[in-house]
Design a protein around this ligand. Sequence first.
Ligand code: DUC
Ligand code: ZN
Ligand code: ZN
Length: 470
Amino acid sequence: MATLIKNAALITASETFEADLLIEGETISLIGKNLQRPGAQIIDASGKFITPGGIDPHTHFDLPMFGTVSSDDHYTGHKAAAFGGTTTVMDFVVLEDKGFRYSVDLWMEKAEKAAIDYSFHMNLTQFNEKIAKEIPSLRGMGITTLKVFTAYNGRLRIDDGSIFKALRIAKENGMLVMAHCENGDVIETLVTDALMTDHLTPEWHALTRPAWGAVESTLRVAGMASAADAAVYIVHMNAGGEVDMLRYARERGVKVMGETCPQYLFFTIDHLRRPDGAKWICSPPMRTEADNARLWQGLADGTIQTVGTDHCPFFFDGTRPIVYEGREVAIPGKELGADDFTKIPNGLPGVQDRMPILWTYGVRAGRITANQFVAYMSTNPAKIFGLYPRKGALLPGSDADLVIWDPEKKVKYGVAMSHHRTDYNLYEGWELTGYPEKVFLRGQLIVDGEQWLGKAGDGQFLKRGEGRVL
Ligand code: DUC
Ligand code: ZN
Ligand code: ZN
């Protein structure tokens, strides 16, 4: 089956040009002017533009936390992603005591219902000699990335010495360490103080996780990467100072890359002070307007390489069901911490929002170019995480993961438009101009306007190879 898309403006990470694009089977077979293909289904995309399908390098579907679970699973989250133009997601495997193989198998089982393509990162939340020896075996499972934490003492954090050893092992085995940067010791003490002094409202989530912890640990991790001659990728950059540290280290030849997320570009600690402030609780927390601005600047000048979401939704009120695909669903959520911010599940929805929100408030607002948009949303994640040029590219031979955008479509965004399985949306009432109209996954039309044509089980696990340092 062939599909010929005519007269679209194609936007890649480096250029924008008018052309026709032919899909044959699962891949793009030709790009050029005045293409003909007898028998092909023709789509006239005059006035529309095409980008590669988005790649969200940072999601948490079906993640157990605080006695509940993130409310999107590997089907509902994938469906939401697709409506927002994302066709590949990368989720984090929880490391169980029984080891890597067991943990990956568990995550594979959860993801059998995948509706778009996906791959995994491994949370390296334990470290000893046995684990160190087993890290290279992850490559055989198609996992080439390890996430380490400098926070969550006694739970997810491993010490700096172990992070340094992990960086060395990653370097020797063509793998990449991803780092969650906050100061776990400072947080531990500040949270204890807050609880003892009855400071229990959501804003204290942010006040007990200071930006300086993110800044110094970003530099600390970059310093360790330099000493190991390894690359490192800083996830969910949230503080302006982290951008300064990234720039400082990159200017000195350290192979450090960074990801930010939409929530850190638009929201501040003031959102946590609202009566519904729990909606904005995630870790790291929201900062200030100056941080928003510095992160935008980091995207505009290319200091930062990607925009992921850290999508990890919970219901705001998990006692009240919503209707999802015709059935009532309620999953315990933020209300669990109504009286104590330390019990509010950490995380927010965002996998559908990322591209449409950044198109209007990034590209149309003049903060980043359309080509940077494609680089941060798709091409750079594909390159860094070893999927390029199969993914993240508009090239003959690449998977036909495409988004046809209607640049003039105006929508009032919010929970009613969103397919996230949760009861709120952070961008409620935001006006958007430009929205995905058709989304293709490996040549299959999976979103057509409001219509969902995708299917649970159609997403493929992507075994990844070695990525590039950008
Ligand atoms: N932060 C969150 O807010 N949720 C999930 C994991 C993370 O790092
Ligand atoms: Zn994290
Ligand atoms: Zn995360």
